[in-house]
Design a protein around this ligand. Structure first.
Ligand SMILES: *[C@@H]1O[C@H](CO)[C@@H](O)[C@H](O)[C@H]1NC(C)=O
Length: 158
């Protein structure tokens, strides 16, 4: 019960990441211009691009098995202003993508209640995205993930 309550809380903040990207925080740089073919791998499998931040460096996809790895160049951190929650994408995010399902996901975490929680899988169920953290799941409308969020505090090597 407590676990479920927690999970809904932190998914709410995942939603707030994407919501806060909607007003276009950086007018000089349209998110759609910085997305890559890695994002089209998502759309080809039924997923919205908002699951990946902008600025993908490289990616690999094994089209036979669906195994993928996405290299963001540096770890990506998204700060959630209202409650100071963090979500992070590791430099390298890996998993297995098939139609409407991402499994064995590694590299996406949300910090809440003084711990990091890894998102282990994501499914499409009708108009909803179903997020999995171990055995716990929660769903949110796909339309909340229409735009790629931008990393904050991203460090660039000189
Ligand atoms: C895809 O994965 C399969 C199974 O691991 C492997 O045999 C195959 O060589 C891989 N293909 C590519 C292009 O890496």
């Amino acid at each position: 019960m407590a676990k479920t309550t927690f999970f809904f809380t932190f998914l709410t903040l995942l939603i707030s990441i994407t919501s806060s990207s909607n007003p276009n925080p950086n007018p000089t740089k349209s998110p759609s211009l910085t997305t890559t073919t890695a994002h089209s791998v998502l759309t080809h499998h039924g997923f919205p691009i908002g699951l990946l931040p902008t600025g993908v460096f490289t990616y690999n996809l094994n089209t036979t098995t669906g195994e993928f790895s996405v290299d963001l160049g540096t770890p990506c951190r998204l700060i959630l202003p209202p409650d100071n929650y963090l979500a992070t994408y590791s430099k390298k995010v890996t998993g297995k993508i098939v139609e409407n399902r991402i499994a064995e996901l590694k590299g996406i975490r949300v910090r809440a209640f003084f711990q990091w929680w890894g998102i282990t899988g994501i499914k499409i169920n009708g108009d909803d995205l179903v997020f999995e953290v171990g055995m716990v799941t929660a769903k949110y409308p796909v339309k909340n993930f229409d735009e790629s969020p931008q990393c904050e505090g991203k460090k660039h090597s000189p």
